[in-house]
Every structure is written in structure tokens, then in C-alpha cells.
Design a protein around this ligand. Structure first.
Ligand SMILES: NC(=O)c1ccc[n+]([C@@H]2O[C@H](COP(=O)([O-])OP(=O)(O)OC[C@H]3O[C@@H](n4cnc5c(N)ncnc54)[C@H](OP(=O)(O)O)[C@@H]3O)[C@@H](O)[C@H]2O)c1
Length: 352
């Protein structure tokens, strides 16, 4: 018996387009191994949408986007209307939300997309941090009320299953301290500085390789790392923290000379995020460029690697890292989340 899951996909950029490619590549395996057929019934970008209840061709959607077009031009199914209209009207089981992150204007458009889908009884998977950072509790309450699941594995450290490890695999433990390098581009720039590149050249290299956000301050000033820390602490430590709770310093003040001097003393600079439980039940949250001793797990991370360390009361210290030279693993987190929703028996929005 093959079960069909009707999928809407909003955002067809680096991740959304690659997710379409994954739907094509993985279709036979997912059907054979899990008995699931993922049917892309709707897709939207900033200029329009395409909807066909019998299914769009994900390869065609991907080709349109690779050619720089809009899905509104999809033959017969394309329309110059908004993603919200698609989510409001389409018959679907699940929304994949991969629109741009936006911490400044109320996490829009992602927050409205996710709220609308949850209210309509759709499961939601998203790598978009904004809605989770600004409305974590609200969205989880809404999902629980509607009896659907909200998954967001791709919001922290790309394709690294940092949230799965923290929420699922550390069950029964109290996580006392989290240390992470969840932002790829700052680690990359610090490595380039250690190679002796001047700051401007290092930033330009990151920009030309497409790993820097359109607004560079989002990465360089530590906002991205802080946002990921907020999601980690809400999800893994079960503490309702907010962005303004983070003591945040980015890497813009770090000079090449400092990075090189640290190297000579056997230390490695990383933009480290830390959450430390306090005895009073609170938590100290920090994002800061930190010279790590060479034997620290996070000091071993390579140029395009991210990692997390969980210090627990009963499982010891658990460490994980990912090498992510392309956005494919981040796109694949949407697949992982979907598989987990439909192949798992357990309630997913719980870390208890
Ligand atoms: N890139 C990564 O490695 C990575 C890793 C983890 C998480 N993420 C997160 O995943 C999300 C997507 O990232 P990305 O790199 O794929 O971004 P991207 O390349 O900038 O693509 C964003 C997509 O969203 C569409 N879009 C913009 N405004 C929209 C609106 N109002 N309605 C519908 N669609 C809209 C864009 O449309 P057009 O095509 O018309 O411009 C584009 O297709 C972001 O939230 C990001 O933070 C990314």
C-alpha cells in the first residue's frame, strides 16, 4: 500500500529548488522503503504559484527556477498570485516553508505561511528560522491544537541533526550546557583570516561563493548564530528564551592579526554559541568569537563545517559535526522531517 502525501512548497531558491531535485531522485527509494509517495501539488516563489491537485513535475519546477524564471510560468498550472493564496486554497497534507529568513519584520512572509497552513490542519516542515525565533511557543501551541506536527530540523546548523539529537536521542537527560558553531560562513571567514587573507577579501570570497546572507550583518554580527541558539534552547532545554536574552558579539571586530596570534598559541577562533543552565532555573546565552584550545571538539571543525556539543547529566558529553560544502544537506532536512512525521509513531513536538 502506497500512501500519498500532498506537499506544498513555498520558496524555490537554494533549498526549495534542491528539495525538488530530491523529490525526483528519491522517489523510487521512498516508495519502496517507506511506502510513501510525496506528491508536489503546489509551489510558490516571490512572483507567483503553480497548483495542480494531480501533481506538478518537480523536475520542471527545478528547471524553471534554475533558468531564473518564476513558477507562475509553469504550463497551465502557473498563476501570478501569492503564496498565501496557495496555502489558503490548496488541498494538501503538508507545507514545506523555505522562504527567506527575516528577523526584522515579524518573520514575514514565513510566519503567515506557517500559521495559515497549521490553521488549515497541515503539517509544516521548515528550515526558516524567523518564525521559530519569534513565535516558537505560539506555533507549537497552534500545531498541538490542530493535531498536526511542526518540524524545523533545518533551522539549526544546516543538515546536522542537532535538534533530533537534542530532542530525541538525549531523552531522559538534563542538558546542562550547549556549545555550538551553528553558522557556516563565520567559521569559513575566520579560517580565511587564519590563512592570512585581509578581512575584506575574506568577506568577498564568502560572498562570491554564495555562503553569505544577502544582508551580511545577519551572519557577521552574530544574529544568525543567536537565532539558532534560541531555537536550540527552546527545543532542547525546553526554556522559552528570546533573541534579546542573548549576549551577542559578532566577528566584525576580530582582526586577522588576532586570529593568527591565537593560532601561534595553539588556539582556534570560532564564533561559539553557548547556553549554560543556572542554578536558579534560568540560562545564560552567549554568542561570541572565542579562541578555543586546539583539543576542543569545535576547534577541529574545518572550513565549511558546523558542530554542536551537548553536556548532559546522564549521557556524558555528546558531540556531532557536519561537513556541508553545498546547501544539499540543508535542503534534505525537509525530507528528513517529512519522513519523521509520516514514518514515526511518537508525538513529534515533544522533547520529553
Ligand atoms: N541556504 C542554506 O544553506 C540554508 C541552510 C539552512 C536554512 N536555510 C533557510 O532556508 C530558507 C531558504 O533559504 P534559501 O537559501 O533557499 O533562500 P533563497 O535562495 O533566498 O530563496 C528564497 C526563496 O523564497 C522565495 N520568496 C521570497 N519571498 C517570497 C514570498 N513572499 N512568497 C513566496 N516565496 C518567496 C524566493 O522567490 P524568488 O525565487 O522569486 O526570488 C526564493 O525562491 C531561509 O529561511 C534560510 O534561512 C538556508
Amino acid at each position: 500500500m502506497i500512501r500519498t502525501i500532498r506537499v506544498l512548497l513555498i520558496g524555490l531558491g537554494n533549498l526549495g529548488r534542491r528539495f525538488c531535485d530530491l523529490l525526483v531522485e528519491k522517489e523510487p527509494y521512498i516508495e519502496a522503503r517507506y511506502g510513501l509517495r510525496l506528491l508536489l501539488v503546489g509551489a510558490a516563489d516571490s512572483r507567483g504559484l503553480a497548483y495542480d491537485p494531480h501533481g506538478l513535475d518537480p523536475a520542471r519546477v527545478s528547471a524553471i527556477k534554475q533558468a531564473g524564471g518564476t513558477v507562475a510560468d509553469y504550463p497551465k498550472a502557473g498563476q501570478a498570485r501569492s503564496a498565501v493564496e496557495l496555502i489558503t486554497r490548496a488541498e494538501a497534507d503538508l507545507l514545506c516553508e523555505a522562504s527567506p529568513v527575516n528577523l526584522r519584520q515579524g518573520a514575514e512572509p514565513g510566519l503567515t505561511h506557517i500559521r495559515t497552513a497549521l490553521r488549515r490542519g497541515m503539517h509544516v516542515v521548515t528550515p526558516n528560522k524567523g518564525p521559530l525565533v519569534l513565535a516558537y511557543q505560539e506555533l507549537h501551541a497552534l500545531a498541538a491544537e490542530q493535531g498536526v506536527q511542526l518540524r524545523f530540523d533545518g533551522t539549526v546548523a544546516g543538515g546536522l541533526p542537532a535538534l533530533y539529537i537534542g530532542q530525541r536521542d538525549l531523552r531522559g537527560a538534563v542538558v546542562r550546557r550547549i556549545e555550538a558553531v551553528p553558522n557556516l560562513v563565520t567559521g569559513y571567514i575566520l579560517e580565511l583570516l587564519a590563512d592570512g587573507l585581509p578581512w575584506e577579501e575574506a568577506v568577498e570570497r564568502a560572498r562570491s561563493e554564495g555562503v553569505l546572507e544577502a544582508d551580511p550583518s545577519f551572519d557577521l554580527d552574530g544574529w544568525d548564530a543567536a537565532a539558532k541558539l534560541i531555537i536550540l534552547v527552546n527545543a532542547v532545554m525546553d526554556l522559552p528564551v528570546r533573541l534579546e536574552d542573548v549576549e551577542r558579539t559578532g566577528i566584525t571586530g576580530v582582526s586577522g592579526a588576532e586570529v593568527l596570534a591565537a593560532r601561534r598559541e595553539g588556539q582556534v577562533y570560532k564564533l561559539v554559541t553557548t547556553a549554560e543552565r543556572r542554578a536558579d532555573g534560568g540560562v545564560n546565552l552567549r554568542v561570541a568569537p572565542t579562541p578555543l584550545p586546539a583539543d576542543h571538539f569545535l576547534a577541529h571543525l574545518g572550513r565549511k563545517q558546523m558542530g554542536v556539543v551537548y553536556h548532559t547529566d546522564i549521557y556524558g558529553t555528546v558531540m556531532a559535526a557536519i561537513d556541508e560544502p553545498t546547501p544539499l544537506p540543508s535542503a534534505a532536512t525537509m525530507l528528513r522531517d517529512i519522513m519523521d512525521i509520516f514514518c514515526c509513531q511518537e508525538p513529534a513536538n515533544s522533547n520529553k
